[in-house]
Design a protein around this ligand. Structure first.
Ligand SMILES: [Zn+2]
Length: 187
């Protein structure tokens, strides 16, 4: 199990991820789609209550049209209402799901991760994936190598452009080159 190499570091990343996630949510003014575990459990109760209420209030209609509750063994999970089961996750569980998806596709990129994760989970966003990717040491190192390679490439391109410029200047202005050349030949 190579993934268990540094459990302490993983735990630190998990905590850091949660902090960054909370921070990014604070700045969001639109619809909130992720909550902490205690609010998640409360929501499950509310959805169950709404489902069993005959004369629903507007909020209960809204909850029932968006969520359903799936009982797996002795745990209850909030799922999106729809033909395919897609889980809503509490904030504390998002890191693990993003991480295992990222590792399973060999440190795959954001779009591929989103595609894979969206098959099973309803509330993992691109923003959350980006927060995770910015913390993945392996990907950060890969990006650094890529960046350095591009920098050397653009350096070579600049040199080529300079050489081309010198050559074209020589062609346009042959006095210096030919005259000095012919002078040397005569002598
Ligand atoms: Zn990675």
């Amino acid at each position: 199990m190579s993934e268990s190499v540094d459990e302490g570091a993983r735990e630190r990343y998990r905590v850091l991820f949660l902090e960054k996630l909370e921070e990014s949510i604070k700045n969001k003014t639109d619809h909130l789609n992720v909550v902490m575990k205690n609010a998640y459990d409360f929501l499950i109760e509310e959805v169950e209550k709404a489902k069993s209420t005959k004369n629903k209030i507007t909020l209960q209609y809204r909850r029932v049209s968006r969520f359903d509750v799936l009982v797996i063994g002795d745990t209850k999970r909030l799922v999106a209402r729809g033909e395919k089961v897609k889980y809503f996750l509490p904030m504390e569980e998002i890191f693990d799901v993003i991480e295992s998806s990222h590792i399973s596709i060999g440190h795959g990129g954001r779009d591929r991760m989103k595609q894979e994760i969206s098959k099973k989970y309803a509330n993992i966003t691109i923003d959350m994936i980006n927060i995770y990717l910015a913390m993945c040491e392996t990907c950060q190192k890969k990006d650094l190598v890529k960046k350095e390679w591009y920098q050397s490439l653009s350096c070579i391109q600049n040199i080529i452009a300079d050489v081309k410029l010198i050559l074209s200047t020589c062609k346009q202005n042959p006095i210096n080159s030919t005259s000095s050349f012919s002078t040397t030949r005569i002598i």
